[in-house]
Design a protein around this ligand. Structure first.
Ligand code: GTP
Ligand code: MG
Length: 199
């Protein structure tokens, strides 16, 4: 799929303020600093569309971007951000949970996993909760430019095995680098196919 047009639409803190639209929507979640906002920019080839930072905790709202006037990308805050108050963390968790539970046009949530790390409980627990709540998701291993192919394969296999302890099958998954553009075509083709079934 080709990206002909991308534009920022709005930032909100409550799912009720999300666009009144049935257009298909794809959201990005994962631990703070895993590379959600950078990946959105890589997909649309505009390094300034979503705000990124080397410091975790940058994205703190639900951000809608409209793509080709036909579908949305949504940048969400990260989970597991340690350097803020317990109250703020709890508010973000509620904001994300409410969004995920109340947005039927959100047809695929991309859960981003740092490919450099061995399976982290916080990610596995988050994914298990998605299963309990019936939220459709796929997995993206990020920052692949930062490790060797063999280490990448090891970590992906460890993650698969960890998930297969509780899941019957592993969901669709991708490996990406916002630096090199790895995974861009695959991800856009995947979204394009889902769109064709939903537009
Ligand atoms: P929060 O909004 O804080 O939750 O973070 P985020 O998940 O949106 O991460 P963000 O895209 O802001 O990126 C965090 C840092 O990682 C930035 O310094 C990015 O430049 C860097 N980064 C993101 N993706 C990649 C990647 O694929 N490769 C490399 N080398 N760095 C990356
Ligand atoms: Mg961000």
């Amino acid at each position: 799929m080709k990206i002909k047009k991308s534009a920022f639409l709005q930032s909100v803190t409550d799912w009720r303020q999300c666009p009144q639209s049935q257009l298909p929507e794809y959201a990005f979640i994962g631990r703070s600093n895993v590379g959600k906002s950078s990946l959105i920019n890589m997909l649309v080839q505009n390094s300034t569309l979503a705000k990124t930072s080397s410091k975790p905790g940058k994205t703190q709202t639900i951000n809608h971007f409209i793509i080709n006037d036909e579908w949305f990308l949504v940048d969400l805050p990260g989970y597991g951000f340690a350097h803020t108050s317990k109250e703020t963390r709890a508010n973000w968790a509620v904001m994300i949970d409410d969004y995920l539970q109340n947005r039927p046009n959100m047809i695929c949530l991309f859960v981003l996993i740092d490919s450099r790390l061995e399976p982290q409980n916080i990610d596995v627990e988050f994914i298990n909760k998605l299963g309990e709540n019936g939220i459709p998701f796929s997995i993206i291993f990020t920052k692949t430019d930062k490790i060797s192919t063999s280490k990448l394969n090891t970590n992906v296999n460890l993650f698969k095995n960890k998930m297969l302890e509780t899941w019957e099958e592993f969901p669709p998954f991708f490996m990406t680098s916002s630096l090199t553009g790895q995974g861009r075509e695959e991800l856009l083709d995947y979204i394009g196919k889902i769109n064709n079934n939903n537009l």
